[in-house]
Design a protein around this ligand. Structure first.
Ligand code: GDP
Length: 368
């Protein structure tokens, strides 16, 4: 040893590889913003799209354009509606490849909890899931029963899932048509399972039933049918009755209720589908019964595809929607005529005062 210490801070000119104090050539820097997000931002900013662009976006599974297309379908503006119809025409040949599942039950039965666990289960199975809603209360009060933002939090964050709340304006028939058209858009965007949720408190179950392949009714044990506000007609529409919240202390009651509903189902006339509705127990909270429900849906689908009911049912639904929408359009056109309200009042007075006969006035009005 000569007593000399190596210089810990080499100066310029000394071999740089002897020290850590120099810049190594690094890997190329990543773009500061994810290019996918940039593209999404671009699309969000852009306000005018051609029907071709929107349709292509939907078919490519682009969520921004799918949302835009649904917004157009939901809009009451004439120009939006025209654009929406052009988009729909373009995507219609690519619809029909999903299983459409309707879910109903009174508020509090556990629909959103169930849909969340069912949706996550389906995602795990590699399915893409869309959840749409029809909520008749949202049109009246704006504070809808289904519209609560905290619902289905995990599901709404999950990749592969698309959740859209109920359109909030228009008649129930109009809202249902919009949901049906949104369902087509989701199908064209590649979603395999479309869940349409509704509150079991009015006419909306019938509307949902007429747009889905499979109708699931959630019930609770220990509450009479009247208490649950479920009419016999709704039970008759169900392909499956699931007694929900079959967990903890409630489980034995749920099992008993299942047996009761099962025997009630035997009393109903045989269904057109030739697939006999069942009753089972489930728990949206702990996921019990989810697997069985999905297997029953698949069994239903297979049975009814084999016996022809699946296709026939969709055709019948299309016919029904055509007639219903035509009826609505005729009514809107009639009442929308300029001065119509006044003309109706005058005709009404003529009838009430006995000046004129009812049919004569009606014929005059309808003749225009
Ligand atoms: P919805 O109004 O039909 O959508 O019902 P929610 O999913 O919002 O549930 C209403 C209440 O029931 C909430 O307090 C839930 O935590 C509770 N709940 C939902 N599903 C279950 C279940 O499977 N078991 C139990 N024990 N409670 C549940």
């Amino acid at each position: 040893m000569n007593g000399e210490q190596p210089n810990p801070h080499p100066t310029k000119g000394e071999n740089p590889s002897d020290t850590a104090l120099h810049v190594m050539p690094g890997v190329e820097g990543a773009p500061s913003v994810n290019p996918y997000i940039l593209k999404q931002r671009e699309l969000t900013k852009k306000s005018k799209f051609s029907p071709e662009e929107i349709a292509k976006g939907v078919l490519d599974g682009n969520r921004t354009l799918l949302s835009k297309a649904i917004t157009l379908v939901e809009s009451n503006r004439e120009d939006h509606s025209e654009l929406a119809q052009m988009v729909l025409e373009k995507i219609l040949p690519r619809t029909g490849n999903s299983i459409r599942v309707g879910i109903t039950g009174v508020p509090g039965v556990g629909k959103s909890t169930f849909i969340e666990s069912f949706g996550l289960y389906l995602l795990e199975k590699g399915k893409r899931v869309a959840v749409l809603a029809i909520d008749p209360t949202s049109q009246k009060t704006h504070g809808s029963i289904l519209g609560d933002k905290t619902r289905m939090e995990n599901l709404s964050r999950a990749e592969g899932c698309f959740i859209r709340p109920s359109p909030s304006s228009g008649s129930l028939g109009g809202v249902a048509r919009k949901t049906r058209e949104s369902m087509y858009l989701c199908e064209a965007a590649g979603f395999d399972v479309i869940i349409i949720e509704t509150v079991g408190v009015g006419q909306s179950e019938t509307q949902v039933h007429s747009m889905v392949d499979f109708f699931l009714l959630l019930m609770l044990a220990g509450a009479g049918d009247e208490l649950q506000g479920i009419k016999r007609g709704i039970m008759e529409m169900a392909d499956l009755i699931a007694i929900n919240k079959a967990d903890g202390k409630n489980e034995p009651y749920a099992i008993r209720a299942k047996a009761e509903y099962e025997s009630a189902l035997y009393l109903f006339p045989p269904p057109k589908s030739k697939w006999f509705p069942r009753a089972i127990t489930c728990s949206g909270l702990d996921g019990k019964g989810t697997d069985e429900i999905w297997k029953l849906i698949l069994d239903y689908s297979e049975t009814t595809k084999t016996n022809g009911h699946f296709e026939q049912n969709r055709k019948d639904q299309s016919r029904l929607w055509f007639r219903e929408t035509l009826k609505e359009a005729v009514i809107d056109k009639f009442y929308g005529e300029k001065g119509m309200e006044k003309t109706i009042q005058m005709a009404e007075e003529n009838v009430v005062s006995g000046k004129s006969s009812l049919l004569k006035e009606i014929k005059k009005l309808v003749a225009g």
